[in-house]
Design a protein around this ligand. Structure first.
Ligand SMILES: [Zn+2]
Ligand SMILES: [Zn+2]
Length: 186
């Protein structure tokens, strides 16, 4: 099968029959993935995830296709150096991914946050299982133009050394505890 005509991983749902409207990879997540693969940075204006849900979908597809670079690049920049890219890669490879279900998308919380609740399905020797998560995302504008805001994933599993009263890691200028700290507190 040609990679270009394959159904996008994010369009697969294990509990529903595939619908004819399911998008192909080239019409869904590939433009976002390729954008990062040209030179490791995001220079193109065309393929920035327009919503937190879109970013979440492209991240799921990146796990299925083992594109750890994309997972790192779409995590909030302050956390990127703290991610274990090899661990991400081996986990992505070892998992027998079976599909994605977006449970709920809250596209706007306050000025710059959003949440997506989803179920990522995977096959195990004991049958189909789902990892359910409520993920938070933050929108950060390019410096110094303050334009072209882009969504990033806030990873609650990454230990941040920022104190609650320090300026937020997203660069908003607000205190961490009043900004992204709300979503990173465990
Ligand atoms: Zn997709
Ligand atoms: Zn913040």
């Amino acid at each position: 099968m040609q990679p270009s005509i394959k159904t996008c991983p994010c369009q697969v749902h294990p509990l529903f029959t595939p619908v004819s409207s399911a998008l192909t990879y080239s019409n869904c997540c590939q433009p976002y993935h390729d954008n990062f693969y040209q030179d490791g940075t995001d220079n193109s204006e065309g393929a920035r995830a327009e919503s937190a849900e879109r970013l979440m979908r492209t991240r799921y597809s990146a796990f299925v296709l083992v594109k750890a670079d994309y997972i790192v690049a779409t995590t909030v920049p302050a956390q990127q150096a703290l991610l274990d890219i090899e661990a991400i890669e081996s986990w992505a490879k070892q998992t027998d991914w079976a599909g994605l279900e977006i449970v709920r998308h809250t596209p706007k919380i306050g000025k710059r946050h959003a949440q997506v609740e989803f179920k990522a399905y995977f096959n195990t020797p004991d049958g189909l299982q789902a990892h359910q998560e409520l993920s938070a995302f933050v929108k950060i504008a390019d410096k110094p133009t303050n334009k072209n805001a882009r969504w990033y994933f806030l990873d609650p599993t990454v230990a941040m050394t920022v104190s609650q009263k320090q300026p937020c890691i997203c660069g908003s200028g607000e205190k961490f505890k009043r900004c992204c700290g709300v979503y990173l507190a465990n």
